[in-house]
Design a binder for this molecule. Sequence first.
Ligand SMILES: C[S@@+](CC[C@H](N)C(=O)[O-])C[C@H]1O[C@@H](n2cnc3c(N)ncnc32)[C@H](O)[C@@H]1O
Length: 465
Amino acid sequence: MRKLSQTVAFDAALLHKYNQPLPRYTSYPPATELKSDFDRDAFQTAIAVGNRKQTPLSLYCHIPFCETPCYFCGCNTIITQRKEVAEPYLGYLARQIRQVASLVDANRRVHQLHWGGGTPNYLDRAQVEFLWNQFNRYFSFDTAAEISIEVNPRYVDRDYILFLRQLGFNRISFGIQDFNPQVQEAINRVQPEAMLFNVMAWMREAGFESVNVDLIYGLPFQTDATFKDTVQKTVQLNPDRIAVFNFAYVPWIKPVQKRMPTSAMPDAAEKLEILQSTIAQLTQHGYVFIGMDHFAKPDDELAIAQQAGQLHRNFQGYTTKPESDLLGFGITSISMLQDVYCQNHKKLKDFYQAIDAGELPIEKGIQLNRDDLIRRTAIAELMCQFKLSAPDLEEKYHLGFDLDFNDYFAEELVRLDALETDRLIERRGDGIEVTPLGRLLIRNIASVFDTYLKPEAIRGFSKSV
Ligand SMILES: C[S@@+](CC[C@H](N)C(=O)[O-])C[C@H]1O[C@@H](n2cnc3c(N)ncnc32)[C@H](O)[C@@H]1O
C-alpha cells in the first residue's frame, strides 16, 4: 500500500463537488436500509447457521445513559442524573442476554465483547459486576478474548479503573475530542489536561493491554493550529490507538448539536487541512494510519492486519475479526450476522415491552441478497485496503461462471471515470487503486458501488468532508 505522506492540494470546486452527505459505510447496506417489516425469523435462522459452522461471536452491549449532554454527540443517549434508571435497564439486559444465549450453541466462543454508550461508566461497580457476570454465565469466552469498555474520563477515579481491569476488561477507550479549553466549553465537555493525563496514568498502572482515545475534528473553534496542539498533547499521552473522527453534524437527528455555534465550525477546506496535518503529525510520531480515521502503533494488530490485507469493517468500525457474528445487546444495538443485520428497539419502553412479551427486542432489520453481499465486499475492500481487485471478487463470488466484474459493474466503471479524472483513483489492469487524495474522500469512492444511495436517501447522512 502506498504511504499517505504527502499533503494533497484541493481546489475549491473539487471540494464542493465531493463534500456530499454520504454513509460512513460501517456496513453495507447502510443502517438506514434496516426496515421494520423485517422477518424476525431470519435472525434466528442466521444464528442457527452460525451454530452449525461454529462461527465465533462478537458481543456489543449498549449503556445509553449519560450524566450530562456533550453537544457534539451523534450517538443514542439518555441524559439523566437519576441514576436509578440503570437498575431496570440492567434487569432487562440480563433477560436479553439469557434470551439470545438460549438460541446460541454453548460451544461457540466469544472472542470480542465491547461495552459502549452513552457512558458505560455511568454504572457503579456493583452494576458493572452484575452485568459482567451475566455475560460470563451465558457465553463461553475465548481465553484471548478482547474485552473492551468506553469510559468518560470525567466520571472515573483510580479505583474504578483498577476495578475494571481486575474484573477482566483488557482494553479501554476514552473520549478526549479536543484538549483546547474553548472547544471543550463549546461542546459542553470540560476535562482539564491534568485530568486526562491522570486517567491515562491509572489505565497504564492497571495494565490494560490497549488504550484507545477518541478525537474529533470539525468542532467549533478548531483551527489547524489549535488541533495540532491537541494532536501533540495526544502523542504525549502515548495511547496505543487513536481514533480521529470527522465530526458528523446531524442536527435534524440530534437537536442538541444546535447548541453549538455553527459559525465557529471549520469549513470543509479547513477540515481537510486539519485532517492532513493530523495524518502527517501522527505518522511522524510513529503511528500508522489505519483505514479512514484510525491510527495505531506499528505493532498493534490493526496495523499488522492492514499491512497483511486483513483489515475489516463492521458496525463498530475497523476490526481484525471478520468471520464473527456480532450480537447486539441493549437499546439501538445492531446485530450483524453473515447475511442478516438487525437493530434493537431505540426506546426503553419498546425494548422492555418486547422482552416482557417474550419476543426478540428487534425493531428493524435486513436480509442481504447476493448483490448486497458482492457490493459489501467491494466497499469493504475499498474502505480497508484502498483498492479493489476484480479477480479476488470474481473468485469469491464465482462471478466468472455467468458474468464477470466488468459486466457486473459496467455502470459503476463508467461513473469511476470521473473519479479517475479527478485523481481519486487509478485503474490497474485487474481493478482499481485509491490515490492518497482518494483516501481522504474514500466515502465518495465507496458510494459509487452503493445501489441504495438515491437523492432522497442521502438527506440523513453527514457530509463526507
Ligand atoms: C459513543 S461515544 C462514547 C464515549 C464515552 N462515553 C465518553 O464520553 O468518553 C464514542 C465516541 O464517538 C465519537 N462521536 C460521538 N458523536 C460524534 C459525532 N457527532 N461525530 C463524530 N464522532 C462522534 C466521540 O469521539 C466519542 O468519544
